[in-house]
Design a protein around this ligand. Structure first.
Ligand SMILES: [Mg+2]
Length: 214
């Protein structure tokens, strides 16, 4: 390896940066959620990520093991539908990644497993104005990258699909979750879960090592 990685270091750095990034958008996420919900999405995500950071500090293991542990802690601390869905995404992705390798095809496979779990738990599909509308386009774009593409480069190339997917939820009417009852009110506002998911993916871009051997 050109730059040896400490086991779990990438996930620890990602969680720390994800917390920082989401905290910087906490108010914005709350405003988006208030359009058709209770306005707590920013606070929920920050609470969940704080717990995820703390859990990852305590676990000695691979990046996959840390991600799984972080997901469980996130779900417990964040609570609600967002907590369950994001937590399950992290846990399923982490378990599928396991101890690696962490190359582009393996990460695609793990994220596809996570996406499938989120769809099952949330009983939602693309177009329902949920985090799936950012996650599915991202996973599809990542899967479309050449398999020998280093993960950091593939991730960077796929990231705009997540941002565009999140932005596109502004023109959707919610069909799932609490905001479904007030669906029309959410029109013109992006889904907070899709926006926060895009922020999580954005934070990952900055911490992925560019070495091809991971
Ligand atoms: Mg809420």
């Amino acid at each position: 390896m050109s730059s040896p990685q400490i086991a779990g270091a990438v996930v620890r750095r990602w969680l720390a940066l994800a917390l920082e990034t989401v905290a910087a958008h906490e108010e914005e996420l709350g405003r988006l959620d208030a359009a058709a919900g209770d306005g707590d999405h920013g606070a929920t995500m920050v609470r969940g990520l704080r717990a995820a950071v703390a859990a990852a500090e305590k676990v000695n293991g691979s990046d996959g093991q840390l991600l799984a542990a972080a997901g469980a802690a996130f779900a417990d601390a964040a609570g609600g539908a967002s907590g369950a869905l994001v937590g399950a995404l992290l846990t399923t992705t982490g378990r599928t990644l396991g101890d690696g390798p962490y190359d582009t095809p393996s990460v695609v496979k793990a994220l596809q497993a996570g996406l499938t779990m989120v769809k099952r738990l949330g009983k939602a599909q693309p177009g329902d104005k949920t985090l799936i509308d950012a996650l599915q386009p991202f996973v599809d774009a990542l899967a479309a990258q050449p398999p020998d593409q280093p993960l950091a480069a593939a991730w960077r190339a796929a990231l705009p699909a997540a941002r565009q997917g999140a932005a596109a939820t502004a023109s959707m009417v919610a069909k799932r979750g609490r905001s479904a009852k007030l669906g029309e009110r959410s029109l013109g506002h992006a889904d907070p879960g899709a926006v926060s998911l895009a922020l999580l993916l954005q934070a990952a871009e900055a911490v992925l090592p560019s070495a091809t051997d991971r």
